[in-house]
Design a protein around this ligand. Structure first.
Ligand SMILES: [Ca+2]
Ligand SMILES: [Ca+2]
Ligand SMILES: [Zn+2]
Length: 120
């Protein structure tokens, strides 16, 4: 039985698929090593990376983010560990949409992270 997936369900599945495009490159197919994670950040989340990278001398932001997410300390990110980052990125994008836009009842959105000319 092939029911139509909702936009919401399709978006969530796309995140899972995007994760695996990187996780299956090397080593364990279901987890990201440092190299895979770095590539995912650079190719898929450049706007977020730019936002969090404060260009402090010699600071490896990707390494810091990875260490923060790797809660079982095995130097690999499982999907479960990585979604903590995706949740932060979605949140940052929503925050960006509200810069100069209403919240609450008459709630409106501007462009999100990486969208339109506001993206920095
Ligand atoms: Ca892998
Ligand atoms: Ca881990
Ligand atoms: Zn909103």
């Amino acid at each position: 039985m092939a029911g139509e997936m909702s936009v919401f369900e399709r978006s969530l599945n796309s995140i899972v698929e995007a994760f695996h495009q990187y996780s299956r490159r090397e080593d364990n197919n279901d987890t990201l090593n440092k190299k895979e994670f770095k590539l995912l950040m650079q190719k898929e989340l450049p706007s977020y990376l730019k936002k969090v990278d404060r260009n402090e001398d010699g600071k490896d932001v990707v390494k810091d983010i990875m260490e923060d997410l790797d809660t079982n300390l095995d130097n690999e990110l499982s999907f479960e560990e990585a979604i903590m980052l995706f949740s932060r990125v979605i949140n940052a994008s929503h925050e960006t949409m509200h810069q100069g836009h209403h919240r609450g009842h008459d709630h409106s959105h501007g462009p999100g992270l990486g969208q339109g000319s506001q993206a920095r």
